[in-house]
Ligand binder design. Structure first.
Ligand code: HEC
Ligand code: HEC
Length: 301
């Protein structure tokens, strides 16, 4: 075990640079398509019993996730996994906790057909969407196909990026971090959090295990559940830490209620480091600098 800690610490030193880039202020999108996608995102007609829209679980009020440990789908069924944020998901190399798909379109197809989430079929979606004239206008089309729906929602989700966080401004040399935030960032790099949480999304670019040092007991929905390979037990896509302060509870099973608890658990299970109170507070202060500007605002708010 000591060896693993040594290697991770060494990697931490090698990676002492920033190893990340700011979120861009703009991203190329097709505005008309994204606008149609926005309507669809908030439309409950997209779930079997018309009880849920995408926004019921990816709620703008809770950092575009929800505030539950596990999400609740159609007919009040409890899902076996926590709802991740959709913010900046375009920058993730794969989608879902276990990364089982590589595009937003495939992610949507999976979500629609999931009997616990939207419980829809392709034909029922086409029927519901073509029922009113609203979408014909938005899409400028007589008949809207399932693929149009997937493309439009993906385009809207793509637009949900959060530039100009304090950390991004710091990376661009526009502001200074406070002492606590700076100490937290230093520690984040020194003990090796950055070995997994790096890149534009501070995560979202590799698969890693939870419990590299001490075994994490509950790994429901891990990569093993897809591949059935022993090596994939407890392996997940490293989640983004962008806007992490907004999306409690934490982990795939929602087992950490607070950000502090998630930091303590990560340091324990994945690095074998006990952190003192001040160190936890410093890392938390740093993670709070990752909250960006949410460009999109719900008009009803
Ligand atoms: C019942 C709640 C629920 C609804 C409704 C729902 N989602 Fe999700 N969403 C989830 C959960 C739970 C996951 C994680 C599932 C997993 O990883 O297996 C997820 C994952 C995602 C992801 C992947 C994020 C990542 O970081 O991997 C995206 C993108 C997404 N949903 C978008 C949408 C869109 C768009 C809709 C509407 C069509 C939608 N979701 C409807 C609960 C929901
Ligand atoms: C070996 C890779 C690795 C290291 C090192 C690591 N993490 Fe993680 N981190 C992960 C993975 C994988 C997950 C997802 C685990 C899960 O949900 O079960 C995760 C999840 C998290 C979460 C919860 C994210 C969410 O959306 O629920 C936070 C917060 C976090 N890590 C912070 C840290 C901090 C702080 C450190 C350093 C003390 C750290 N991580 C070190 C791989 C790593």
């Amino acid at each position: 075990m000591k060896k693993v800690i040594l290697i991770l610490t060494l990697v931490g030193f090698v990676f002492a640079g920033d190893l990340t880039t700011p979120i861009p202020r703009k991203i190329d999108i097709n505005n008309e398509l994204a606008l149609a996608g926005k309507e669809l995102f908030f439309d409950k007609a997209l779930s079997y019993d018309k009880s849920l829209s995408c926004a019921s679980c990816h709620n703008p009020k809770y950092g575009w996730a929800d505030n539950r440990a596990k999400s609740i789908g159609v007919k009040n069924q409890i899902d076996d996994i926590n709802t991740p944020t959709v913010l900046n998901s375009i920058f993730n190399f794969r989608q879902f906790w276990n990364g089982r798909v590589d595009t937003l379109q495939k992610q949507l197809d999976d979500t629609f057909h999931n009997p616990i989430e939207m419980a829809m079929s392709r034909s029922l979606i086409e029927k519901r969407i073509n029922y009113t004239s609203k979408y014909k206008k938005l899409f400028n089309k007589e008949y809207i196909e399932y693929k149009d729906v997937l493309d439009a929602i993906s385009e809207f989700v793509k637009s949900l990026i959060t530039p100009d966080s304090k950390f991004d401004k710091f990376l661009r040399d526009e502001v200074k971090l406070s002492k606590k935030e700076r100490d937290g960032y230093k520690l984040f790099k020194k003990i090796g959090c950055i070995t997994c949480h790096n890149g534009i999304n501070m995560g979202g670019n590799s698969f890693q295990k939870i419990g590299t040092i001490y075994k994490f007991e509950d790994c429901v929905g891990d990569k093993f559940s897809i591949t059935k390979k022993e090596i994939d037990r407890c392996v997940f896509k490293v989640p983004t830490l962008r806007n992490i302060a907004l999306t409690a509870p934490y982990f795939h099973n929602g087992s950490s209620k607070t950000l502090k608890d998630a930091i303590i658990k990560m340091a324990h299970f994945n690095l074998g480091f006990p952190l003192d109170k001040e160190e936890v507070e410093n890392i938390e202060a740093f993670l709070k600098t990752l909250t960006g500007e949410i460009l999109y605002r719900d008009e009803d708010e």
